[in-house]
Design a protein around this ligand. Sequence first.
Ligand SMILES: O=C(O)CCC(=O)C(=O)O
Length: 210
Amino acid sequence: MEIGPGAVHLQHCLSLDDQRALVEQCRALVDGAVPAYVPIVRGGGKMHVRMLCLGRHWNGKTYSYEATRSDFDNLPAPPLPENFKHLAGELARAAGMTLDADLCILNYYDADGRMGLHQDKDESEQSLAAGLPVVSVSLGDTARFLFGGLRRKDPVESRLLESGDAFVFGGPARLRYHGVSRIVPGTAPPELELTGRFNLTFRQYDVAAT
Ligand SMILES: O=C(O)CCC(=O)C(=O)O
């Protein structure tokens, strides 16, 4: 369903089997050798998610990408798994866009998880100028997702992102403000045996020179 120019909500686009496999992979990653952590951002506030960046690390102190987690433990960002990259490309295509993802921010939200309204604008200038989309995949508990305009004070619409949904925003929607106001606990499909929510946002930092 098109929400506006460049913004597409793909409802229930992932099968339960696919969701289950992704949840397993996310669990292994967030508790792996380079584990997810709760970032402390520029102003000193703690984020309300556990975060793990794959492919490139997003530094919450500098709002920029880097190879190693210099704001936390100096460990290198784990690579972006091939199947994640493939999935992101397929979902972008299903939304009528293209994405050769080279990074993913994987967030885990517990029942109190949330994310304030923000723009995703730390990818390369070329990527942003090309309007290469962000592809977001939701797994587990439903989230109340906020989707605003290009200015913070623009009106905000609220949508429920359910397990197995994707939300793709690129082109004219690439810099629209967005966030998560709340998680609806206990709404994950029981088959996933997941308390809380994983969200994966795929992005492309590098754009090949033409
Ligand atoms: O969890 C979500 O649905 C949104 C995540 C998000 O806004 C982000 O990672 O930039």
